[in-house]
Ligand binder design. Structure first.
Ligand SMILES: [Cu+2]
Length: 216
C-alpha cells in the first residue's frame, strides 16, 4: 500500500502542476491568449466649428434600424465607442432641436473598425435656433440673467458647465421645472403671454442663481 502511494505521489504532483499552468495560462502572452478583435469608434460633433457637448451619437450595424449602442458627446465634443468588433459600422448623430446638419453633411456615416485602432468620423452642425439663448454656467449664473422679449419668442437655456442646473419657475406655472443636468443639455420654452417670469436654479438659488424673463 505504501509503495503504491509512493508511486502515484509524483503523478499527483505533475497533475497539480499541469493544472496550475493551465489555470494561469490566460496571463501568459505566449500561451494561447485570444487575439484582440475589437477597436474604438470616435465621433466628433461640432457646431459652427466648436465642440458640441451632450449630443447623442448612435452606433449601428450596417443597415440596421435599431442602434447597437449610443453615447453622448463629452465637453470636448467627442463620443467614444470602445470594444467595437472589427468590421463595418454606421455612426449616426441625433440632431437636437434648434440645430441642423451643415451643408453637405449626412447624419449617418460608415466607419471601418480595425482591431486595436481608432476609427474616426465627424459631424458638423449649424445652430438654426430662432430665439434667445440663456447660458447656465459654471459660475452658477444664468447669462444673461434678465431678458426682455416679444410674445411668441422661444427661449433656450443651455448648460455650458459640468454641474447640474435647473430652470425652475418662481411663483408661476408658465413652464414645469426643467433639469439641464449635463454640459450641452438644453430646455426650450415659447413665451406667448406678456408678463414677468422669474425663475431660479434649485441647487444654486442660495448662490443667487436666478433670472427674469420679461415678455412684452
Ligand atoms: Cu445651477
Amino acid at each position: 500500500m505504501i509503495s503504491y502511494l509512493r508511486s502515484i505521489l509524483p503523478l499527483c504532483g505533475v497533475a497539480l502542476f499541469t493544472l496550475l499552468i493551465y489555470a494561469c495560462g490566460g496571463d501568459d502572452p505566449d500561451n494561447g491568449m485570444e487575439p484582440v478583435t475589437t477597436g474604438t469608434v470616435s465621433a466628433t460633433v461640432t457646431t459652427e466649428g466648436s465642440a458640441a457637448a451632450g449630443i447623442l451619437v448612435q452606433l449601428f450595424a450596417p443597415g440596421a434600424s435599431s442602434a447597437t449602442t449610443a453615447v453622448a458627446t463629452s465637453s470636448n465634443g467627442v463620443a467614444n465607442f470602445a470594444n467595437v468588433e472589427q468590421g463595418s459600422w454606421e455612426v449616426e448623430v441625433e440632431i437636437p432641436q434648434g440645430f441642423d446638419l451643415d451643408a453637405g453633411e449626412t447624419a449617418r456615416k460608415s466607419v471601418t473598425v480595425v482591431a486595436n485602432q481608432t476609427a474616426t468620423t465627424s459631424f458638423a452642425l449649424v445652430d438654426v435656433f430662432q430665439g434667445e439663448t440663456v447660458e447656465a454656467n459654471g459660475n452658477l449664473e444664468f447669462s444673461p440673467s434678465t431678458l426682455t422679449i416679444d410674445a411668441g419668442t422661444q427661449v433656450r437655456w443651455v448648460n455650458v458647465s459640468t454641474v447640474l442646473h435647473t430652470v425652475t419657475p418662481d411663483g408661476h406655472s408658465e413652464w414645469t421645472t426643467a433639469t439641464i443636468a449635463d454640459n450641452g443639455d438644453t430646455f426650450i420654452h415659447t413665451f406667448d403671454t406678456p408678463g414677468t417670469y422669474q425663475y431660479f436654479c434649485q441647487p444654486h438659488v442660495g448662490q443667487g442663481m436666478t433670472g427674469t424673463i420679461t415678455v412684452n
